[in-house]
Design a binder for this molecule. Structure first.
Ligand code: CAO
Length: 564
């Protein structure tokens, strides 16, 4: 047994190509020639196969990484001394990859049209190396289209690589000479263009470089043992067998892969409706619509089974965020000792909800200071009176009651968006965030408008205990109209809580502090409670949010107002 490095072979002019699929994982037993990665430029994708059979010991690359010829891909444990016996001279052995693309010679290849013609121009498949009879999997233009020079006309595919064939000339498509499923090779006529005078380019500069087999012994395998690992170049790109897609990977052209990636769509989960199960643009769009409508769940969503918390905020998570890069993959152990622990179930679920709410709600946070000097004195006095019974009024209970009152005065705060409609609720259930050892949960005090502060204090205390004990049931966590997130027992000054969809606002509260407040003549020490209201701007504008805050502050400053 020996450990060898498998490297990206010579991939011609492809520089800094991104890894779009990692096809093996640590522990996998792989065959020689089995694909390890898919890499992609903006015009072509190709799979990088292994030069050896063996067991994957370490992955040296991750999704999104950029690789070049020579980049180490995996550490492979290979059997048999012969396989790794160093050759007398350290000549590199065959790179058993999809043959590296080679640029077509300028103006060459088989785009044989006259370079100066303004009339009809025939565009042919250029030299695509050893690719013999590749299938047309996508037609990217139609008759009547005006195409630019270098614009992709068709996508062709072998079982290991797909590439777009661009036009050597600008013009208007007069005739399409190929159809989906046709086999083409170097010299096949693709389209006839009505040439545009002066628009002819000298060379198909953006022609996807056709794969060329690496010469045996000319690759980048770090273990020198040419006789053992040299694989006939032809084997690197076996003849296309449409009935047996390599490793059951989704069939999609580079442009479809890019499109899916931009939308965050996991291609492996999309059912292709094109020829031989190929994934088309409408398949991807249909998948996204399904996820948004809740009819389809991605595997990532299914991995997190729905729970009451998820149900409480049951807007389906979208397929991803267009334009975002993949999450950075860092081998932290390179920098020091680490310990990996899985996220708790609650954290996984609330994380998905928070991420959706953060991205999808145009929210603004408004701050206000409430003078709670008198209210706190009252609360302390009542708690003293009730010391023997043990019943305790909490600031949270006063806040719940004040919010219930404010929701009645400002009904927009007790609403939810439903498409183009706003649903106004006639009931008043107030949720509060509770910090538990397993993560954040949000129990609900029902009909808070109809309960006394004492009742709310008892009920919220019971719910908080249930939350900490992990005993909240679905009924305890659903149906909220508005949420309070109180960090007052901990500290802080102000913060910006995230709206808990489909609610439209949330009130954050921090620790009260004695502050000097100018009364017109002198500074008075006043107990001040910092409020942070985050509201969905699609429903609540700044003026309304500030009025709501001012009203809450007025209730807390003089709680007698609650009975008005
Ligand atoms: N200012 C000053 N003191 C405050 C206060 C405030 N705003 N709010 C509470 N306190 C005091 C309480 O009076 C209590 O003191 P005593 O023991 O002397 O009476 C102490 O702080 C502890 O209060 P508490 O926070 O444990 O209890 P609570 O009823 O105020 O809150 C609950 C209950 C469940 C809201 C709270 O325990 C909790 O989990 N808070 C965290 C919520 C959270 O994580 N939010 C962030 C979510 S991300 O948006």
């Amino acid at each position: 047994m020996a450990l060898i490095e498998v490297k990206v072979p010579d991939i011609g002019d492809f520089k800094d190509v991104a890894i779009i699929e990692v096809l093996v994982k640590v522990g996998d037993t792989i065959k020689a020639e089995q694909s390890l990665l898919t890499v992609e430029s903006d015009k072509a994708s190709m799979e990088i196969p292994s030069s050896h059979a063996g067991v994957v010991k370490e992955l040296k690359v991750a999704l999104g990484d950029k690789v070049n010829e020579g980049s180490v891909v995996v550490m492979l444990e290979v059997a048999g001394a012969a396989a790794v016996a160093p050759a007398p001279a350290p000549a590199p052995v065959a790179a058993v990859a999809v043959p590296p693309p080679q640029p077509s010679p300028a103006g060459g290849g088989s785009n044989a049209a006259s370079a100066s013609a303004a009339g009809p121009v025939e565009v042919f498949v250029p030299d695509i190396g050893d690719f013999d009879e590749v299938a047309v999997i996508e037609l990217m233009v139609k008759v009547g289209d005006t195409v630019k020079a270098e614009q992709s006309l068709i996508t062709v595919e072998s079982d290991k690589a797909s590439m777009e064939i661009p036009s050597s000339h600008a013009g208007v498509v007069r005739e399409l000479k190929v159809a989906l499923g046709d086999k083409v090779k170097k010299g096949s006529l693709i389209v006839v263009l009505d040439g545009v005078a002066g628009a002819v380019v000298a060379a198909p500069a953006a022609v996807v470089p056709p794969p060329q087999p690496s010469p045996a012994g000319g690759g980048s395998q770090s273990v020198a043992s040419a006789p053992v690992v040299a694989v006939p170049a032809a084997a690197a790109v076996p003849a296309h067998d449409p009935t047996a897609p390599a490793l059951n990977l989704p069939h999609a052209s580079p442009s479809m892969r890019k499109f899916a990636r931009e939308l965050g769509v996991p291609l492996a989960e999309v059912k292709g409706s094109g020829p031989k199960g190929r994934i088309t643009e409408s398949d991807i769009q249909g998948f996204v619509k399904g996820v948004m409508a809740g009819a389809v769940q991605t595997a990532a969503q299914k991995a997190v089974a729905p729970t009451p918390v998820a149900v409480a905020a049951a807007v389906p998570v979208g397929g991803g965020i267009p334009g975002l890069l993949p999450w950075p993959k860092v081998d932290f152990a390179k920098f020091g000792e680490v310990e990996v622990k899985p996220l708790s179930r609650i954290k996984k679920i609330s994380g998905q909800n928070l991420a959706r709410n953060w991205v999808m709600i145009p929210a603004v946070t408004y701050h206000e200071d409430a003078d709670i000097t008198d209210l706190e004195a009252f609360r302390v006095q009542i708690n003293k009176e009730n010391e023997k019974s043990g019943a305790k009024l909490t600031m949270l209970a006063f806040l719940v009651k004040a919010c219930a009152k404010a929701l009645q005065k400002f009904p927009e705060f007790n609403s939810s968006l439903d498409g183009d409609n706003l649903v106004y609720k006639k009931y008043c259930h107030i949720a509060f965030a509770a910090d538990t050892p397993n993560g954040l949960v949000v129990p609900v005090v029902r009909n808070a408008d109809q309960k006394s502060v004492s009742q709310i204090a008892i009920e919220s205390g019971e719910l908080a205990k249930k939350a900490r004990d992990g005993k909240l049931g679905p009924a305890d966590m659903t149906g909220a109209c508005f949420t309070i997130s109180s960090l007052g027992g901990i500290g802080g000054t102000y913060f910006a809580p995230i709206v808990n969809a489909p609610e439209v606002a949330i009130l954050g509260v921090n620790k009260s502090a004695m502050k000097p407040v100018w009364d017109g003549q002198t500074f008075q020490p006043r107990l001040t409670l910092p409020l942070s209201l985050t509201a969905d701007h699609r429903v609540i504008d700044g003026a309304l949010a500030t009025r709501f805050n001012v009203y809450i502050a007025s209730l807390l400053a003089d709680f007698r107002r609650i009975v008005l």
